[in-house]
Design a protein around this ligand. Sequence first.
Ligand code: ATP
Ligand code: MG
Length: 356
Amino acid sequence: MASVQAASVDKGKENDAKEENAPVVSGGKETTPPCKKQRAREAAARGSDKSSEKAQLAGHLKGLPAQVAEDLGIGIEIPWFSMEDIDVGRRLGGGKFGSVYVARCRRSGFCFALKILNKAQLIKHRVEHQLRREIEIQSHCRHVNILRLYSFFHDEKRVYLMLELAPGGELFGLLQNRGTFSEARSAWYFKQLVEAFQYCHGKNIIHRDIKPENILIGLKDTLKIADFGWAVHAPTSRRETFCGTLDYLPPEIVASKSYGKHVDLWGLGILLYEFLVGKPPFEAPDQPRTCRKITSGVPSFPPHITREAKDLISRLLHKDPKHRMTLDQILLHPWMVENCGGDNANILHRKYGGMM
Ligand code: ATP
Ligand code: MG
């Protein structure tokens, strides 16, 4: 298992971005996850036909030799698991390369989500590199609004990820059911996500694929950023890889320019727009038109969106990445302060959950 080992032997160096940057760059091409317009359909079909996505990075999980936890750099903190230590319960959902189940550790009774990935599928679609990166980055993140990856193990046929349980499922489902979120709810959710991004960017991690499908609803309705398959460490260098979901791609990536952490600020702007309007701002019938709208279009707002919300979104969707509002500035923006400041925080916490 040279591959997974290489990804994971970080031995506690949680923020050693330099080391982690190189292999990511050398990984070469990456493709784009599915267009936003297909998302609802895909959500419905989840588990049945997701095999053509995220498919290109070279590498093989096949023939991975058995390993001990120490080899993987996780032995000191976390005990090594196998399926014999775990009771598997209800299926929570299906992903591109496997399924997610409720699971419980037999020794401790601790409950978690077990994501079981099929090695043959990972090999076939050449996403081993992405899985490595996901494990490496997510296992080192410790923030209340980031889904924990407790540990992982593998056998001949599968890779098993032990994840924090998020009983509410994807935020995408809630947004689909409700159509849109109120400004108060949106602001409360947005605050949690901005704080998670402050943590990520503080560790030089760019997520690159923020969207409602990649946000889970955890215990006490706390939002959890999940799915770090497109995340990278970005210490000083700027990246030129084309990644992310089309509707959420910023102009600098569409134009194949180099980019940095500002891509997540754009993604947050698109996300907030989608919370309030129910669809992303640059949706179009086909990819070329979506790309044109991203690079030169101005988002149009329905009349019910307040002036302050429009102002915040517009400042995040600035075409020039350097001019986008920063994460710190978002939290101080009048729309955020008005909705989440003072006593409102307690009211929103009671109504919409989250941690205080
Ligand atoms: P990929 O990770 O390849 O993008 P995906 O996001 O489509 O795939 P998974 O992340 O494997 O799919 O998750 C499939 C479904 O399982 C999700 O839609 C979600 O409903 C559920 N799920 C995933 N992780 C958890 C978790 N930690 N807690 C609860 N449910 C989860
Ligand atoms: Mg996912």
